[in-house]
Design a protein around this ligand. Structure first.
Ligand code: ZN
Ligand code: ZN
Ligand code: FE
Length: 760
């Protein structure tokens, strides 16, 4: 008998064909395997029992980087063929097969890296079909060497033999290379002779050991490295990067080294060692020798293990713990090209460690946190992109352009959505260029042209302006609707559910400022049921940078004196009071993030911020562990919905602080109050709507304490709780939510609202 087997998913460039070849040979089957536009096509011929077992074997023995979405079997006429072969790829114009994501060096390659007898001993670009660069080096599809930045390196006879041998781990490993034929390292430093190859590694190590900073070309961009135990070196890097507080990530030589400086539980260890090699946020061990400037004032460290052979070499020879932070200044995107690195990073670094394998697409390091024992991605980039998220609706190709901060874009086609890597803050000119680059690249990689664009309602977001100018039919999506839809999409759900959307500030349907919303949501629309009492933002944007202004507004709103803000210079305090009293330049916002800001300043944890979310992160950081009693709050029902009145909380909190209570207890009690408020508002909403499922989304659910307490209270009250995991709850997930909503609308014939070009 003969059968045809269609395998769909991320099955190209991951060693799938050699696996099929070995399995067929071992099972005594004849036939062929080849890549094509839809994935992998297999024909097998032989005994019925062997044919019967084969699809199951494919799933069970698939190589590690492979992701099988579907296996379909159809009968074929037997050909009487003998032997099994790997046939030439049959690829045309369409490219439905997925590009794999970049993967950390596998154990086999690592062994070769350290083996003096191996021809790839200490070769910083060793890789195979189980590991190495993918997304970041692909120029075009279908995925093969000629369409990657490896095209300039001709395979030497030894590498070619591996590349063509179905029995080799390097069969069609597109980035396959060795010291004889592959990329080469180079170190450039002022006042030093240029070093290449292993000498470049030694020279870089010498700079690091001397407390210097080295710009290192990684997978998705340049990182700035310096000894994480050297306070002077780390402090100097902070000044150079113009980044006073935002925590730096650390790369540790191995798991043992990570455990020496942080508490690594089982889930954390699994994430650290995973192929995506993200930065994992873990509780820091006090007195473990990490420089205080790495994560000033925070109880957690962002740790990662080496993702590439080059990083392994640097950490094996040099300091065992290196700060590894994006190669950029302040809010700019990560540097990608050598020219860019030499121009922009040279002033920040004592040496630049570069190589001639070009990075085609930028991807920052991803960031993950463990919440309730499960991974929660906070920044989705290297290692996860371009893994798709399935959508409920197969719509025409469409682009969702996301929000503004923590921007991402998303391309949906045929029932799945592919999110871009984290881009950054779109108000930055360089980041905007990155945004344009990705909008051009994603459709090319997926072989489609977007026929519609989904965007936020905020008229001043650069993403909205792009959508307006695009000339494509548009689907405007409200920000918090998109947050909740992103959470639904992750879970393969369409609602209706209750959605809690807690973030900083997003644009409401009438141009008002939302961010503390309880909504009834499905993919068609939403209804607002409840919200947190709004706080006035004295000075608008200025209030977002200065949490003390929000504390001032919260105290006045609650009828409290301002003695807790005695440390603020009186003229500044008076000016803000004046704005608030006159209601001038003081828009009111329901954002839960603004309540975090206000409470952080009331507790004297943070008066002014240098990065987005800083006050909330620090307030979470100081909270006393263990249970805490909530402060009082009230539900105030009205015609349009229910307001969660937090003024009783402000009064109780202020009284407690005046009585000498510390920030630790106040913060813990504030978290508990918000969680109880969510529980109470959902209880009330359930009576009204009969909905028993709650989706938690928005940037505030990066907060572990808030997320865990809300989930526990809601589950205790009989709710089913949906939370983020694979996609960030922050604005990095907005594009996915927009795509899910727009795909639904377009697939169900709702149509896009076509509005002519923006006259601006
Ligand atoms: Zn490998
Ligand atoms: Zn070679
Ligand atoms: Fe948001």
């Amino acid at each position: 008998m003969r059968r045809g087997i269609r395998v769909r998913g991320a099955v190209q460039g991951v060693g799938f064909r050699p696996t099929v070849f070995r399995l067929a040979r071992d099972a005594g089957l004849a036939g062929l395997v080849r890549n094509d536009d839809d994935g992998v096509w297999i024909e097998v011929e032989g005994a019925p029992e062997a044919l019967e077992a084969f699809p199951g074997l494919l799933r069970a023995r698939a190589p590690p980087l492979c992701r099988i979405d579907a296996v379909e079997v159809a009968p074929l006429a037997p050909l009487g063929e003998a032997g099994f072969r790997v046939a030439a790829s049959a690829t045309g114009l369409a490219a439905r097969a997925a590009i794999p994501s970049d993967a950390a060096t596998c154990d086999e390659c690592l062994r070769e890296l350290g083996d003096p007898g191996d021809r790839r001993h200490r070769y910083p670009f060793v890789n195979c079909t189980d590991c190495g660069p993918r997304y970041t080096i692909v120029r075009d599809v279908p995925y093969d060497r000629a369409r990657t930045t490896m095209d300039r390196f001709a395979l030497c006879p030894a590498c070619r033999a591996e590349y063509e041998d179905p029995g080799s781990r390097r069969f069609h490993a597109e980035p396959n290379a060795c010291p004889a034929c592959g990329p080469r390292l180079e170190l450039r430093a002022p006042g030093r002779p240029a070093a290449t190859g292993d000498a470049a590694v030694s020279a870089a190590v010498a700079v690091l050991r001397g407390g210097g900073v080295v710009a290192v070309k990684g997978l998705g961009g340049y990182l700035l490295a310096t000894d994480a135990r050297d306070e002077a070196a780390v402090a100097r890097l902070r000044v150079a990067k113009r980044r006073p507080h935002r925590p730096f990530a650390i790369m540790a030589r191995d798991l043992a080294e990570a455990r020496a400086v942080a508490e690594v539980d089982e889930a954390g260890a699994a994430l650290l060692a995973s192929r995506a090699r993200p930065i994992v946020l873990l509780p820091a061990r006090l007195g473990a020798g990490v420089a205080p400037s790495v994560a000033p004032g925070l109880p957690e460290l962002g740790l990662m293990l080496p993702p590439t052979p080059l990083h392994h070499l640097l950490l094996a020879d040099g300091p065992r713990l290196l700060v590894m932070t994006s190669g950029n200044v302040s809010e700019e995107p990560i540097a990608r090209s050598d020219a860019e690195a030499l121009e922009r990073l040279a002033p920040l670094a004592d040496a630049v460690l570069l190589h001639d394998r070009e990075i085609h697409a930028r991807a920052d390091d991803s960031v993950v946190r463990v919440v309730d024992g499960r991974p929660l991605i906070l920044r989705r980039a290297r290692g996860f992109v371009p893994e798709p998220v399935p959508l409920l609706d197969a719509a025409p190709p469409l682009l969702a352009v996301g929000a503004e901060l923590k921007a991402t874009v998303c391309l949906a086609r045929g029932g799945e959505a592919v999110l871009s890597p984290h881009l950054g803050d779109l108000s930055n000119v360089e980041t905007h260029r990155f945004f344009a680059e990705v909008i051009e690249r994603l459709p090319r990689l997926l072989g489609v042209r977007p026929e519609a664009v989904a965007h936020d309602l905020h008229p001043d977001y650069a993403s909205t302006r792009w959508a307006l100018a695009s000339g494509l039919p548009r689907v405007p999506v409200q920000h918090h609707h998109a947050h909740v839809a992103a959470c639904l999409a992750e879970h393969g759900r369409g609602g209706p559910v209750l959605g809690i959307a807690f973030d900083g500030t997003g644009c409401g349907p009438a141009g008002d400022l939302w961010g503390g919303e309880v909504l009834a949501v499905d993919l068609r629309g939403f209804r607002r049921l409840a919200w947190l009492r709004p706080i006035a933002l004295a000075g608008g944007e200025a209030a977002i940078r200065a949490p003390w202004r929000l504390a001032c507004a919260a105290l006045l709103d609650a009828g409290e004196p301002l003695d807790l803000l005695a440390r603020i210079p009186p003229p500044r305090l008076a000016a803000v009071c004046d704005l608030l009293a006159r209601g001038v330049a003081s828009p009111r916002a329901t954002g839960a993030g603004r309540w975090f800001d206000a409470v952080a300043a009331l507790c004297a944890v943070r008066d002014e911020i240098s990065y987005e979310g800083q006050a909330a992160v620090e307030l979470e950081g100081v909270a006393a562990p263990g249970e805490a009693a909530p402060y009082p709050f009230a539900l105030a029902p009205g015609r349009a919905g229910t307001e969660v009145d937090l003024r009783p909380m402000v009064r109780a909190l202020a009284a407690e602080l005046r009585g000498g209570a510390g920030a630790a207890s106040a913060s813990a009690r504030f978290h508990e109050t918000l969680a109880r408020a969510v529980g109470a508002a959902c209880g009330r909403a359930r009576e009204e709507t009969r909905l028993g499922t709650v989706a938690l989304s928005g940037g505030c659910f990066q907060n572990r304490r808030l997320s865990e307490r809300c989930a526990a209270l809601l589950a205790g009250a009989g709710f089913e709780v949906l939370r983020h995991g694979k996609v960030p709850p922050n604005d990095g997930g907005i594009a996915l939510g927009q795509a899910a909503i727009a795909a639904h609308r377009l697939a169900r014939g709702g149509g896009a609202a076509h509005v002519p070009r923006d006259p601006r």
